[in-house]
Write a protein that binds this ligand. Structure first.
Ligand SMILES: [Zn+2]
Length: 203
């Protein structure tokens, strides 16, 4: 089980669209310094939902290839099915995540944190189904077969710092933890100990 209790998250700096500690979250749930690519694939969270869970994912399109804009196009329903054989297999899916951290650490936001993004699918965390209701989804551009980049851990830690300040987050989990047997991401190369403040809290 890759689960982190949240405590003692540190301060991490970065540049450009990478996140820096002190960056704010706007009142409508958008990060000031993230590049915004609004996705239509979202809806309202159930009334009075407390956002308490962060879900770490990994994605690459085509699989195991990095770069390009395919992930952004996938999350905005503009990925041509004819452009790659794999794209045809995901054609018509309507999914999103709140955030994507690219290989160079750039942070892209697709959905306001206040809205429900469609990243977890059928899922369960500590007896609660439908994790999309109460979680924020963070995609890392990556796969099950290659290490993640240093810049991604830097931006991820800065993002976690901001989100845990804004919301009463109680756990950080992998997609594979809330959809076991169905999902493997963020995969064996994601180093949970790189999340600042994990330490003995790793359970
Ligand atoms: Zn996932």
């Amino acid at each position: 089980m890759n689960t982190l209790a949240v405590e003692g998250i540190g301060v991490i700096g970065a540049v450009g669209h990478r996140l820096v500690d002190g960056d704010g979250l706007s009142s409508d749930g958008w990060l000031v310094s993230a590049r915004r690519v609004p996705s239509p694939n979202h809806d309202a969270r159930p009334p009075k939902t407390v956002i308490s869970l962060l879900v770490i994912h990994a994605i690459s399109l085509p699989p195991n290839q990095f770069g390009g804009d395919a992930i952004e196009r996938f999350f905005t329903n503009t990925l041509p099915a004819t452009e790659h054989p794999f794209f045809a297999t995901i054609d018509g899916m309507h999914v999103s995540a709140h955030f994507l951290i690219r290989r160079n650490g750039e942070c892209v936001q697709f959905v306001s944190c206040l809205q429900r993004a469609w990243h977890a699918g059928v899922s369960c965390w500590q007896g609660r189904d439908r994790c999309n209701d109460f979680s924020i989804g963070i995609e890392l551009e990556g796969c099950d077969e290659q290490p993640f980049e240093e810049a991604q851990y830097v931006s991820l830690n800065a993002l976690i710092e901001i989100l845990t300040r804004a919301f009463p987050i109680t756990a950080i989990v992998g997609h594979s933890d809330i959809a076991p047997g169905r999902k493997t991401d963020p995969g064996p190369f994601f180093v949970w100990q790189r999340i600042v403040g994990a330490g003995a809290a790793l359970i």
